[in-house]
Every structure is written in structure tokens, then in C-alpha cells.
Ligand binder design. Sequence first.
Ligand code: PEP
Ligand code: MN
Length: 350
Amino acid sequence: MLVVMRTDATTAQVDAVCDAIRALGFTPVPMPGEQRTAVGLIGNDGQVDGAHIGGMGGVAQVINVTKPFKQVSREWKPENTIVTIAPGVAFGGNDIVVMAGPCSVENEQQILTAARAVRAAGATALRGGAYKPRSSPYSFQGLGSKGLELLALARRETGLPIVTEAMDEAGAHEVAEIADMIQIGARNMQNYSLLRTVGKIGKPVLLKRGMSATITDLLLSAEYILAEGNPHVVLCERGLRGFDSSTRNVFDVTAIPVVQRASHLPMVADPSHGTGVRALVTPMARAAVAAGADGILVEVHPTPERALSDGAQSLYPDQFTKLMLELRTIAEAIGRHVAPSPGTASVSVG
Ligand code: PEP
Ligand code: MN
């Protein structure tokens, strides 16, 4: 339930509504806005009989939040949430943020070459895994702490903010010290203790949709993070398990506008894991931007044939450069803009 206060409501009237919510056994969450204050009610996942609150002084409207997810819903907050990960790098506005880089950080030369290449092509952020969730325990598991140090070095060299994955609670604290945005991977989307941990840490989170998760599951996972007081969450479509082996996953482009209608959180897409096939990444990246994604995540490797993970879906740097040019044109066509690399003036087409 959400209680919308009148624009002229007094602090005492807002306090009285909070008391009434407490008397019902729930927690009030006052949300002062530019136009008016709203008071959300959390602590329940069903209907609340708050009819009497509608008649209280200063109350404009009582909205029943019908969805199982509350704080992430557009009913709760109609305007887009803007998630800023570094000065001038924000998701959820008109800019489309491009996060690019290798699947894994492999060594200093590889990550610096990749970072310089994606920066030169105009990427907004650098991605790269230091802690890697691999299906097989015998596959390369990432460089761990050393990988985080190399990401920090790449950021110093290029100015690009860093997006990198945390796999467990201890790791989340370590990753948070270096990363500008903590990625929670598809396999951990429903690791609720990890979600609570990154909620408490408070840094921006990139939450990837589980490979068999519904959109409601994804939004409920985001709710865990917001419920701990961290509103800086960006959601990501990365493909679902399907029956057709032509692609690694089934890239659910529809999820982009579906999530954006249901939630105020930014929604990005990852056509690399979404398809698993290099030749399909560019068409699906174009589709994601055309569908309204607030950003994309693309794997780019200086030498994909030698990559220690996900080489088959990694773009060569020149393919990424071409993709960036195309994305700028598509963005302009829908009245948007590809976010400039930090420290550069924005580039306009035409
Ligand atoms: C990744 O981004 O490299 C990754 C492991 O992604 P996902 O969790 O979507 O599989
Ligand atoms: Mn990968």
C-alpha cells in the first residue's frame, strides 16, 4: 500500500499516517518527492485494510500496490530511477550506457588492451570478471583479488568505471572496495543472502536475470536489495534456457519493455550471454537498443580465439567499434543518446 499525501500536507499529518501504519503492524517508509510526499507500507505481501487511512488529514490518495514486488514497482515510484556509477555515468535517463570488456580478466596486458580498445570505440564502462562462476570446477575460475587490482589499474589508465561480479558475501565486500558497480550474475540472482549483503553495502548493483527466472522473480530479487536500503539497482536481461541448441540462450528482448513498464529501475541487456554466438551479438545489441534498453553489456576481447572464457561470444575490437557507430544511429532514431565515455564531450550523429 502507498499513501500519497497532498502537496500541502504538514509534517504532523505525515507523522500521523506513519503512526497509523505502525498501528496496523507494518513499517512506514516516508518518501519525500519533489511534488509531494508518499508513505509506503512494507512488511506485508498481500492486501492491507487501510481504508481508514484514506480519510486522514493531508492524505490525497491510497494506492494498493497490486504486484508482489513493492518498492521496485512503478506503482510505488512512477518516475525512472537514475543509477549513477561514476561522475557523468548514469543509467535510467536518456543516455544508453555501454559496458564492454572481456568475460574474464586474464592478465595485465589483456585487460589493458581490452580497456583501451573499448574506450577508443566509445564505451562508457569496462566490464571484466575477477571472480567467475563457471559451470565446471575445472574451468578457469578468474584471477580473484589480482583481477580486481588489474581492473583498478585499467580504470586509472582509461578513466572507465568498473563493473565486476561478486559471487559470495565475503567477495561482495572485497569487490565493493574496487568496483563502481557490483554485478550479481544469473546463477546468483536468487542467492538471497548475497542480495541482502549488496543491499547493505549500498553500492550500485547490476542484477542479471537468472537463466530460468520469470520477470516477477527478477523483480522480487531486486526488491531484496531495495528492502535493505539500496535503491541503486540496474536490471539485466541475459537470455533464458531454451530447447534449441542454435544459440546458447534465448534472448528475451521483450523483457526490456515489460520490465520498464513494471518497474522504475533501469533495464539493460546482455546480447553476448543472450546468444552465445559472436555473429549474433551485433544484431541483438541493435535490437536491444531499439527496444529501449537503458544500456548494454557486451563482451569484447583483443584475441577472442585465445580467451579463457566465453571467446565464442566475444567481439573483436573492430567489430565493437562498428557496433558503437550503429548504436549511435539507432539511439538517435528513438530520441536517445549513447552515453559518452567519461571525460569526453557527447557525440551526436548527423
Ligand atoms: C558474465 O557476465 O560473464 C556472466 C557470467 O554472466 P551471467 O551471470 O549472465 O551468465
Ligand atoms: Mn562471460
